[in-house]
Ligand binder design. Structure first.
Ligand code: CMP
Length: 145
């Protein structure tokens, strides 16, 4: 479902941590590159092994992240996924499934790469999240040994 009114979407973006602190001009750039979609509970939003085509950001709802059938993380409002395959152009590292009805902002691959190059601080915020996820994965490995 596409949101009709642009101002609503800019107001929505302002509340997303990934885009916090950006000027109205940059928020306007992002709005033009995003589509707002809904999906039902159980919908597979990213599939391990497939080539990623979209960057997705959760506005409302939650999703689980599974690798080789095991749940490795849960994502909620403000979290994003699908960035890895778009950055390294390799298959998606995990399967992401909606655990509730979910409201998402979706950015296609080309637009995502474009935003990475033009939106100030976006690369850094995504890097920080990648670091957090790596630390989380390391901690989970450590607790198993
Ligand atoms: P990508 O590999 O493109 O597709 C699957 C996505 O799941 C991945 O990008 C990340 O966005 C997300 N993901 C993978 N591993 C984790 C993790 N440990 N914690 C949170 N999200 C993850």
């Amino acid at each position: 479902m596409l949101l009709r009114r642009l101002p609503d979407r800019i107001d929505l973006l302002k509340k997303v941590p990934l885009f916090s602190g950006l000027s109205r001009r940059h928020l306007g750039l992002i709005v033009r590159e995003t589509e707002r979609v809904n999906a039902d509970r159980g919908k597979v939003l990213a599939r391990q092994g497939a080539l990623g085509r979209e960057f997705l950001l959760i506005v409302d709802g939650s999703a689980r992240v599974e690798r080789d059938g095991k749940v490795i993380a849960r994502l909620g409002a403000g979290d994003f996924f699908g960035e890895m395959s778009l950055i390294d152009k390799k298959p998606q590292s995990a399967t992401v499934t909606a655990e509730t009805a979910i409201d998402l902002l979706v950015v296609d691959a080309r637009s995502f790469r474009n935003l990475l190059d033009t939106v100030p601080g976006l690369q850094k915020k995504i890097l920080i999240t990648l670091c957090e996820r790596l630390r989380g994965a390391d901690a989970a490995l450590g607790s198993r040994n």
